[in-house]
Design a protein around this ligand. Sequence first.
Ligand SMILES: [Zn+2]
Length: 164
Amino acid sequence: MVFLQYIGEIEKPMEQNASISIFDKGESAYDADEDFDFYIDKFYRDVNAFGLCPKKPSSIIIKFARLDQITNTAHVHAISYGKDNDSLIEIYINPSTWEKFNKPKRYFLMYHELAHDVLNLDDLDDTESNRGKLVYPAISTYERITMDDFIESYHALFEELVDN
Ligand SMILES: [Zn+2]
């Protein structure tokens, strides 16, 4: 299994149930007080507003997980396991990342992972011209981003999807 350095998704689609061996044995993953449902509901409202209608799966798991301890890297902020599996949303967020991120970065992070998980999108290349976009892989390096930047980035992405 390979974790990307930044917003770390698995590079290749996971084998079915592969995540269970990591997370279902307790300690590392836990339910958050954070209302992640809020982000999911908003995400679906926003894609729908653009005329995109991805199916909302009945199985939705979004939890905190101490990804840095599991993977021995301090750079893993979030993982999506539900990519290419439309009957599942499964996302783990590093609680220390969540703590550090301000409001626009949290939105970026959640929408980034949901773009993988729900829209089955890959990360863009880590190039300067992709900076600022929602599926840019190094969101954690965004500085001074605002809610307007966030809104612009998902509008641009959803518009692109509608056009294709
Ligand atoms: Zn990503």
